[in-house]
Design a protein around this ligand. Structure first.
Ligand code: C2E
Ligand code: CA
Ligand code: CA
Length: 740
């Protein structure tokens, strides 16, 4: 009989290997091994007594089988070849095959080969070293999961010491293993979480905190364990707040929300806190668990976003949307208290020139400084907003007297008087101001701003650097301006603009020396619209570029037509605005038109004004040189109305100076005008430039100019601007009767 002479090694023989040292389990192993020893002893004895106690032995064996089958652990015995001598029901259940299909088989027959080899090598270790080995074994299941066993194997030897095999018990510990995995994971989460974690007793004394808690609050475990969480209180929340918080925790088992706490450093900070209750098996409160994250960074960026949405990025002043809100609030208060509210619309004068000439970086710096100035000269309770560009609105509340608002606006203008310094350069900036007042000029933010804007525009028209209060009539003016602008676009599309001509005469001989082309806009309803009405507007909105090109084209066409008819017309002077001059493609456009129309450069002249050149002198002067290089002559228009600087004049490549009508009007009596005209004539002579007097209306003016040595003239006296064909006869004749 196989079991005869079996003898299990004593349980005390130093178990090795991994161990889930479970005391109850260890005791079971001792008992089972003890039983084995007892049964084996009985067998041996029975064997010795040769059948005498056969019956007793059978009983013992039945007892053993019953006992082994009753234990939930797997019990087995293998011989030195690794073949199963015995296996209990737990083993056959696990392998899902009856015991007789296990006995006599090896692990290779029952388990995947890799696992079987592992079992075999451990069995050999047990036999060879003759000691108990304990190990944790992982057995993969067909469904992909695995079972974990805590296995103890002991050597079985014959009393003479010869190895007989191995006896083993394997306890399934899959669940315990998973639980311990989970515990380990929980501990790791606790240690590494970005959120602060705090665990308290039911009486809320702190039991545990994690490293993130220390990182956020500055308190170490030694400083807070045993304390109450109230050491973090910032004082920002009321007692009632905490009361409600705990009420929710108890009623719902959970509370979450934003709360301000205080760090050890004293700094208070916002956190997002989540408190939950942990119950024990009896349903009693075992712990409170608090998890929180520091949201001061989020809060900060939220506040920044909020600020960005309502403030201008460049100056940091409130923007239009915040201004609207503030006006709305101010209006509500004013309605209630029967007070007035003023909106002061401010637009910097000539800011565009700064931007154009010095670049946007300098322009931005000027705007920032202007904003700082404005802040210095208003009361703290007033709102200054930037609407964009160089437009600001100041909201003034609690006004009792309109005159006080005007005073405030005057103060603002004075404030802007001293120059601003940017990059060692001084900038003089004035402003035009328009004022509208609730309740007189509107009762919504929108109308108040719009009307203040209209008044501001009026201030600009009045010569800038001044203040205008809104009036109904300004709206009318603004409307007319809009209508005119629409008409202008329309007229341009339909080529309604006509180039009329006005003759230029040599005062000595009466010879026709040239024409000036002047733009005319005949309108079906309004008749002839004068250039002073639409040219400034066209310069403002840029349409002047197209109008100018049309004038140039029509003039060229007329010259070519006269030449084709065998006539020799004198040069036609065409006005060029600063807007055109500053365009990079101006010279190219000029070339194209001349070529298209077959007009030679010397057949035309271009008129530019001094102020248009000076706005952005260097590139303008470069363009003027380009014009001269093309062979086109240049006239300096409206001379005397701008800076009229001699040093500049010397640098300008012009052929002709046109004395403005303003200095001709007073001739011959006005001594100032005489002095100016004489000075210009002398200047022209020394710089080798022609001098032409504009706006000559009377024979006396003609005589006076002749006497002063002014060679050329243009004016109603010789002919008003008219359609070109009116002058065909004059071109043919080539001269006029001077009429003096
Ligand atoms: P400007 O270039 O100084 O043109 C001369 C203006 O004086 C013209 O006014 C002309 O009709 C007027 N004028 C001529 N002789 C006399 C006179 O004896 N007495 C009086 N009182 N006025 C006289 P106009 O045609 O109304 O043009 C006004 C301004 O509009 C022009 O002044 C010029 O600056 C601008 N302009 C006219 N056409 C064009 C154009 O095609 N392009 C550009 N950029 N500007 C133009
Ligand atoms: Ca002109
Ligand atoms: Ca002129």
């Amino acid at each position: 009989m196989a079991f005869a002479g079996l003898c299990a090694a004593p349980a005390s023989a130093a178990p090795t290997g991994a161990g889930h040292g479970h005391p109850v389990y260890a005791a079971t192993i001792v008992i089972v091994l003890g039983l084995f020893a007892a049964v084996a002893f009985a067998f041996v004895r029975a064997h010795r007594q040769r059948g005498r106690l056969l019956e007793e032995a059978d009983k013992s064996r039945a007892l053993l089988t019953t006992l082994l089958d009753a234990t939930p652990d797997i019990v087995f015995c293998k011989d030195t070849d690794g073949r199963y001598l015995l296996g209990n029901r737990a083993l056959s259940d696990f392998l899902d095959r009856p015991t007789d299909q296990i006995i006599g088989k090896s692990d290779r027959d029952l388990f995947p080969s890799e696992l079987a080899d592992e079992f075999r090598s451990r069995d050999l270790q047990v036999t060879r070293q003759n000691k108990i080995v304990r190990s944790t074994e992982w057995v993969d299941q067909a469904d992909g999961s695995h079972e974990v066993f805590d296995t103890v194997k002991a050597p079985v030897r014959h009393p003479d010491g010869a190895p007989l095999g191995v006896i083993g018990i394997a306890r399934r510990i899959t669940m315990e293993h998973q639980a311990s995995d989970r515990l380990q994971l929980a501990a790791q989460v606790f240690e590494n979480a970005a959120e602060g974690i705090i665990i308290t007793r039911p009486d809320t004394t702190i039991e545990m905190i994690n490293p993130a808690f220390t990182r956020i609050t500055g308190y170490t475990p030694a400083e807070v364990v045993g304390q109450k969480p109230s050491i973090l209180r910032s004082g920002r929340q009321s007692a009632a707040f905490y009361h409600r918080m705990w009420e929710t925790v108890h009623d719902e088992g959970l509370w979450q929300g934003e709360i301000w706490n205080r760090r050890k450093s004293g700094e208070i900070y916002p956190e997002w806190l989540n408190i939950s209750v942990v119950y024990d098996e009896a349903g009693e409160i075992a712990h409170y668990l608090g998890i929180f994250s520091d949201i001061s960074a989020t809060k900060h960026s939220e506040a920044q976003l909020e600020h960005m949405a309502h403030h201008d990025a460049l100056t940091g002043l409130p923007n239009r949307s915040l201004l609207n809100d503030r006006i709305d609030t101010a209006l509500r208060r004013a309605k209630r208290d029967h007070r007035m509210v003023a909106t002061v619309f401010l637009d910097l004068d000539h800011f565009k020139d700064i931007n154009d000439s010095f670049g946007h970086a300098v322009g931005d710096a000027v705007l920032k400084q202007a904003a700082t100035r404005l802040l210095e000269c208003v009361r703290e309770e007033d709102t200054i907003a930037r609407l964009g560009g160089d437009e600001f609105v100041i909201l003034i509340e609690n006004i009792e007297d309109v005159a006080l608002t005007i005073n405030a606006a005057e103060r603002i203008l004075t404030c802007l008087n001293p120059p601003l310094t940017v990059e060692h350069q001084e900038f003089f900036i004035g402003a035009s101001i328009g004022i509208s007042i609730y309740p007189h000029d509107g009762d919504t933010a929108e109308t108040l701003i719009r009307n203040a804007d209209t008044a501001m525009y009026q201030a600009k028209r009045q010569g800038r650097n001044n203040i205008q209060r809104y009036s109904e009539q300004q709206t009318e003016t603004a409307r007319n301006r809009m209508r005119l602008e629409n008409g202008l676009r329309h007229a341009l599309k339909e080529s309604r603009f006509e180039a009329w001509l006005q003759p230029q005469i040599d005062l000595a001989s009466g010879k026709l020396t040239g024409f000036e082309a002047l733009c005319r806009w005949p309108d079906e309803e309004r008749g002839m619209i004068p250039p002073v009405e639409f040219i400034p507007l066209a310069e403002n909105n840029g349409l002047i570029v197209q109008i100018g090109e049309s004038m140039l084209r029509q003039s060229c066409r007329q010259i070519v037509a006269w030449r084709a008819a065998g006539l020799t017309p004198p040069p036609v002077a065409i006005n060029v605005s600063g807007r055109q001059l500053r365009r990079l493609d101006f010279l190219a456009a000029l070339c194209t038109i001349l070529e298209d129309e077959g007009c030679r450069p010397e057949w035309i002249e271009l008129e530019v004004t001094e102020s248009d050149i000076l706005k952005d002198a260097e590139p303008a002067i470069a363009t003027l040189h380009g014009i001269r290089e093309m062979g086109i002559s240049l006239a300096l228009d409206d001379f005397g109305t701008g800076f009229s600087s001699l040093s500049y004049l010397k640098r300008l490549p012009v052929n002709c100076i046109k004395i403005d009508r303003a200095f001709v009007q007073g001739l011959p009596s006005d001594t100032n005008d005489r002095a100016i005209v004489q000075a210009v004539v002398a200047m022209g002579r020394s710089l080798d430039m022609r001098v032409l007097a504009e706006g000559v209306e009377t024979p006396a003016q003609v005589r006076a100019l002749s006497l002063m040595g002014c060679a050329l003239a243009q004016g109603y006296h010789f002919g008003r601007p008219a359609r070109p064909d009116t002058f065909t006869a004059l071109v043919q004749r080539g001269k006029v009767d001077l009429g003096i």
